[in-house]
Design a protein around this ligand. Structure first.
Ligand SMILES: [Zn+2]
Length: 356
C-alpha cells in the first residue's frame, strides 16, 4: 500500500479557548473508504462502570476535504456523525468540547490546567478502532507541560502515538504547570509521579512509600508487564481510574499529614496501581476490547473490585506501611459494613457486579 493511501488519524488539540473552557479539536483522517464514514463519540469509559453522554459536550462540528471544501454530514444518533465520503479523499473534521465538569471520568479545561479523559474528547471512526492514532497538544501557555502514559514521537514536539484507539482511550493526558517527583525504578522499569497542585507534604517519605507499594504489589504477581508507569495526580477531589500503564488519581498532599489520611491515600493508590493486573490484564472477558457505543456489563466485578480492595490492604501490610492491628481493623470495618447492611440478603455478588 502506498503511504498516501494508508489509514492515518491525527488529532490536534488546542487549549486556546481555555477561558470559555472549550477544547478545539481537529482530526485529519486519510485512507478511509467511502461512501460514508461514521464518526462516533464513546458513551463508555473503561474503568468507570456507567454510561456517560460525552457527545452532549460537543458543538461546532465541521468537515472539509483536502481542497478545504465543505463536506456534507448529518448527525444520525446522539453520538454518531455520518459523513459523505469519497474513497481517496482526506477529511478534516473539527469540533469543540465543553470541558467544565471536574470529575475523574470527564475532560476539564481552564487557563491553569487541563485534563483529557480521552473518551470525552476523541471521536472514533466506525470499523477503524484498530488503527494507530497520533495526538498533538497545544497548551494554553508555553510554560505548561503535558503528562501521559503514551510514548512521545521524538522528532515532533508535543506529539504522542497510540497503537490503536483502545490504547488511546486508556491513556489520559494532564496538562499544566506540573510537578514531577524524581523517578524511581522497580525491576529496572521507570515509574513517574506527576501532579498538578499537589500541596504540602513530605515528598521524600511519600516517594519511599510509593516505591514500596509498587515493589510489593508487583512482587505478588512476579512480572511487570509495562515499559514505564505514570501516576497522574489531577488535584484534590475524589476518585481514580486505572489504565494499562498509568492511573489517574485525585490527590491532595495535605491528606498525607494525618496518620489515617495517609493510610487512606496510600491504600487508594495501591488499589489503583494493583488494577493494572486485576481488571486490566486479569479480567472478565466483557472488559475488553470494548464496544464504546454501549454499556459493557459483567457479573464479575466483585472479583475485579473485591479482590483489589483485599489486596490494597495486604500490599500496605506486606510493604510494612500498615501494622497487623491496622490491617485487622480495616477488615473488621469492611466485614461490619457488609453484615450491618441488608443488601447481601437481596442481591448476589454477581447481581451487584452487573448493576452497580
Ligand atoms: Zn477499583
Amino acid at each position: 500500500m502506498y503511504a498516501q493511501n494508508a489509514v492515518q488519524f491525527h488529532y490536534q488539540i488546542s487549549m486556546k479557548q481555555a477561558l470559555s473552557q472549550r477544547f478545539q479539536v481537529t482530526l485529519n483522517a486519510t485512507g478511509l473508504t467511502g461512501p460514508v464514514v461514521d464518526l462516533k463519540m464513546p458513551v463508555w469509559m473503561p474503568g468507570y462502570y456507567q454510561l456517560i453522554n460525552y457527545a452532549a459536550a460537543l458543538d461546532s462540528f465541521k468537515v472539509t476535504d483536502s481542497n478545504n471544501q465543505p463536506v456534507s454530514w448529518q448527525q444520525t444518533s446522539s453520538s454518531t456523525w455520518r459523513i459523505a465520503h469519497k474513497t481517496g479523499t482526506a477529511l478534516q473534521v473539527s469540533y469543540h468540547i465543553k470541558a467544565s465538569q471536574a470529575f475523574v471520568a470527564q475532560p476539564w479545561l481552564d487557563t491553569g490546567h487541563a485534563y483529557i479523559a480521552p473518551t470525552g474528547i476523541f471521536l472514533y471512526a466506525e470499523n477503524y478502532l484498530n488503527h494507530p492514532v497520533t495526538v498533538s497538544i497545544s497548551p494554553f501557555t508555553a510554560s505548561q507541560t503535558v503528562a501521559t502514559g503514551l510514548p512521545a514521537i521524538h522528532d515532533q514536539p508535543l506529539t504522542w502515538q497510540a497503537a490503536n484507539f483502545d490504547i488511546l482511550y486508556d491513556s489520559p493526558f494532564l496538562i499544566g504547570q506540573l510537578e514531577q517527583l524524581p523517578d524511581f525504578t522497580v525491576q529496572h522499569i521507570p515509574h513517574h509521579f506527576i501532579g498538578w497542585q499537589m500541596g504540602q507534604f513530605d515528598r521524600t517519605s511519600f516517594q519511599q512509600d510509593l516505591k514500596k507499594i509498587v515493589t510489593t504489589a508487583s512482587g505478588i504477581i512476579g512480572h511487570i508487564p509495562y515499559y514505564q508507569y505514570t501516576f497522574l495526580a489531577i488535584g484534590p477531589g475524589r476518585g481514580g481510574i486505572e489504565h494499562l500503564n498509568s492511573t489517574t488519581i485525585s490527590f491532595s498532599g495535605e491528606e498525607l499529614q494525618s496518620p489515617n489520611g495517609r493510610l487512606r491515600m496510600l491504600s487508594f493508590i495501591a488499589h489503583e496501581y494493583f488494577h493494572h493486573y486485576n481488571v486490566k490484564r486479569i479480567r472478565p472477558v466483557a472488559l475488553g476490547p470494548f464496544d464504546y457505543s454501549r454499556e459493557n456489563r459483567t457479573s464479575q466485578l466483585w472479583v475485579s473490585e473485591g479482590l483489589t480492595v483485599y489486596y490494597e490492604y495486604m500490599i500496605l501490610r506486606r510493604a510494612g506501611i500498615m501494622s497487623n492491628e491496622q490491617l485487622l481493623e480495616h477488615f473488621q470495618q469492611l466485614t461490619a459494613s457488609y453484615e450491618n447492611r441488608t443488601g447481601h440478603l437481596h442481591q448476589t455478588l454477581a447481581q451487584a457486579s452487573e448493576f452497580t
